[in-house]
Design a binder for this molecule. Structure first.
Ligand code: B12
Ligand code: SF4
Ligand code: SF4
Length: 370
């Protein structure tokens, strides 16, 4: 089994599937990963994914879990949609990375490349990763895919930051360790200043538990009041720190496009009236795996409040009476934002039967704040 041939074939397959590919041998991983312990203690580790300190050794070296692994093939899948034409108001916005099922497309491609590599090299061991327990940006950076922006994302010359990463762990040693590319940010700090919530706490460091992407897509509880306001029109995901970046200014067409996905916006009315069947049809594929209609409705109710569009009042009102407590709480806030006078008579009614202390506390708070 010739290492050179493996890389040659992998590169051919990458080209065939419109992916960028760089390879990284798993020796000499560099001192870059030594910083992980410190990041964990400072709260920069994504506990939101269930990663904890006990995962550090395996994250620092994938061979801890996969002793047969000798290299990582890192693939970059660009994602893009034509800049959105003016969408009908009132609508909620969906970040470009999840507007179509780019993750699903990438996973399909990597599975095909794995199958083709195994036909050519039957002794090879291969494992596919897409959003797996792997330090994807770090390995991609060391493999030479691109450089870090101050918004913590990886940038390539061709695609700016608008690409996703996926990997094949393989049992042959290919590629070479690259010195990380110098950041091209210079003195720029546009993304830090544009982040609505200050989640980019320092250049190159994002605090996961502050990011609006986390709150709209991963956090399933009651949203803090400040977060609700800062969400603005964001229904799922946030891409502000990418939209403002000079390196993302040029729009580049990416083909083929995934077949499924909700698109860049959803009318709020549609989101509020959506049923399970329509939800699963619209949000199918890998990107929205595990996401629920409840999450969509919570976010749509919040966006309705932020739009302060009174035409949505009647649509949100039923959620204040007859829905899961999560939605009842957000609905009362949303109605209050749309029309505090009408909302206050609803508060009186709700107070006569509502039993959940946190909802009653929030009503009290809103009334006091009037
Ligand atoms: C958790 C996670 C999130 C969290 C936290 C993000 C964050 N930046 O911390 C949340 C949910 C908020 C999130 C949001 C997004 N994410 Co995300 N996310 C991940 C995930 C699953 C893990 C990343 C992680 O925390 N790793 C652990 C930390 C410790 O590693 P790290 O941040 O890379 O830190 C290293 C270096 O930065 C360096 N370092 C960090 N701080 C410091 C400080 C100093 C002083 C030094 C020297 C070094 C240093 O050391 C670390 C170790 O090498 C990865 C997929 C994966 N499995 O890797 C995707 C991933 C990073 N996300 C991705 C994307 C696309 C997004 C979003 C754009 C989604 C969207 N809405 O469109 C947003 C962008 C937000 C942003 N500005 O980062 C892509 C990034 C692609 C790219 N071009 O870079 C990834 C790789 C997923 C993928 N498969 O493509 N994400
Ligand atoms: S995705 Fe949004 S909230 Fe998160 S760091 Fe970027 S601008 Fe801030
Ligand atoms: S906006 Fe400026 S600082 Fe932020 S990633 Fe882009 S170039 Fe770097």
């Amino acid at each position: 089994m010739s290492e050179v041939k493996i890389l040659e074939r992998a590169s051919e397959f990458a080209q065939k599937y419109n992916l960028d590919l760089k390879a990284l041998p798993l020796r000499d991983l560099g001192e870059k990963v030594a910083i992980l312990g410190e990041l964990f203690r400072k709260g920069y580790f994504p506990s939101i994914l269930g990663w904890s300190e006990k995962d550090l050794p395996a994250l620092q070296d994938p061979r801890v879990t996969y002793p047969w692994a000798k290299s990582i093939l890192v693939f970059a899948q660009p994602y893009s949609l034509p800049p959105s034409e003016k969408f009908p108001l009132p609508s909620g916005v969906i970040a470009p990375f999840c507007a179509l099922d780019w993750y699903g497309l990438l996973k399909d491609k990597l599975r095909k490349i794995k199958a083709e590599l195994l036909v050519a090299f039957p002794q090879l061991k291969v494992k596919v990763f897409v959003e797996g327990k792997l330090l994807e940006k770090t390995w991609a950076e060391l493999a030479g895919i691109g450089w870090r922006g101050k918004n913590s994302l990886l940038y390539s010359e061709k695609w700016g930051s608008r690409f996703l990463l996926g990997e094949l762990l393989i049992s042959a040693e290919v590629g070479e360790f690259k010195k990380e590319k110098e950041s091209m940010c210079g003195d720029c700090r546009i993304c830090l200043d544009a982040c609505p919530i200050g989640a980019i706490t320092k250049p190159y460091q994002v605090r996961p538990s502050l990011c609006l992407d986390y709150f709209t897509l991963h956090y399933e509880g009651v949203l803090p009041l400040k977060i609700r306001e800062l969400m603005g029109e964001r229904l799922f995901g946030c891409s502000t720190c990418q939209d403002v970046c000079p390196y993302n200014r040029e729009w580049k067409e990416v083909k083929p496009q995934p077949e499924s996905g909700p698109g860049l916006f959803i009318p709020i009315q549609e989101a509020l009236l959506m049923n399970e069947e329509k939800f699963h049809k619209k949000f199918s594929g890998h990107t929205f795996k595990g996401k629920t209609l409840l999450l969509l409705k919570r976010n749509a109710i919040v966006v309705a409040g932020n739009l302060r569009d009174r035409s949505l009042f009647e649509l949100v009102e039923p959620y204040a009476y007859d829905s899961p407590s999560l939605l009842r709480q957000h609905a009362l806030w949303s109605l209050w934002r749309m029309d505090s006078r009408r909302a206050s008579s609803i508060f009186q009614r709700v107070k006569s039967w509502e039993k959940i202390p946190r909802i009653l506390r929030e009503i009290e708070f809103l009334e006091r704040d009037a």
